[in-house]
Design a protein around this ligand. Sequence first.
Ligand SMILES: NC(=O)c1ccc[n+]([C@@H]2O[C@H](COP(=O)([O-])OP(=O)(O)OC[C@H]3O[C@@H](n4cnc5c(N)ncnc54)[C@H](OP(=O)(O)O)[C@@H]3O)[C@@H](O)[C@H]2O)c1
Length: 257
Amino acid sequence: MSDKRIIITGASSGIGEAVARQAVARGWQVLAVARREERLAALAADIGCETFVADLTDEAAVAAFAEAAAAFGPTGLVQVAGGAKGAAELAETTIDDWRWMFEANVIGTKRVIDAVLPLLRASTADGSYAEIMVVTSIAATVAYKNGSGYNAAKSAEKQLVDVLRLELHGEPIRVMEVAPGMVWTEEFSLVRFEGDQAKADAVYKDVQDPLSADDVARVMTDILALPGHVSVDETIIKPVAQTHPWMVHKGPLVAKG
Ligand SMILES: NC(=O)c1ccc[n+]([C@@H]2O[C@H](COP(=O)([O-])OP(=O)(O)OC[C@H]3O[C@@H](n4cnc5c(N)ncnc54)[C@H](OP(=O)(O)O)[C@@H]3O)[C@@H](O)[C@H]2O)c1
């Protein structure tokens, strides 16, 4: 039995849920965090993790989360909570959507790190390493048409991670970023398109083998399983069909010749 104790945010669906499932399967203790209580309860009943319900954009909720996190005693944080809202040309995007994306992906990540970092530092008192892994996106580094608010928010989140790594220089804490490309999760595009299932489905239509949440979680938990001194600072994961962030092949992949 490993002594890893990991807080996973965004664990009620998609990538975060898959990481929680794989982490528990690897024998790690998990505190799963998200807003939807019923989904966390179902996950806990299924895999046997601890849960905490919190809106990570809400100051009071994060204060309560900080107490639960202290009681849990983490050795690691996997920050997955976040997402996109809207996909339109910059001039057509709304301030509300921008605010949502900056709250969920940037300020939320800062709040969670504020709450958890002192606990991670304390966990290293026995000479072990602690770890922080944040899921950003390939949108953090490559702009795409109709992506302005998400590009900007994920880029800010990436910078936050890079700064944190510099500031933890000399401490036994690895700070790692995972930047996925196209992942076909149940809810990511549905949230982006305000529940419009047809628009959400069109994103992945005719793409051969977009990444699944399990694919990404496999990479993430493989990295987390590496010895604590091994810091895989940045990881980009894309499906083969997505040659470049905005070059996605539609139709079957066929070898030339
Ligand atoms: N799918 C992709 O193609 C893709 C690609 C690159 C990066 N990403 C990033 O990967 C992460 C997970 O995406 P996903 O595809 O797994 O989407 P998802 O299924 O929509 O997952 C988002 C998770 O974040 C939680 N969350 C959102 N806002 C929250 C808040 N204010 N407080 C607490 N929890 C919150 C949601 O839970 P509740 O609703 O229960 O709170 C949910 O568990 C996101 O950061 C996303 O930007 C996704």
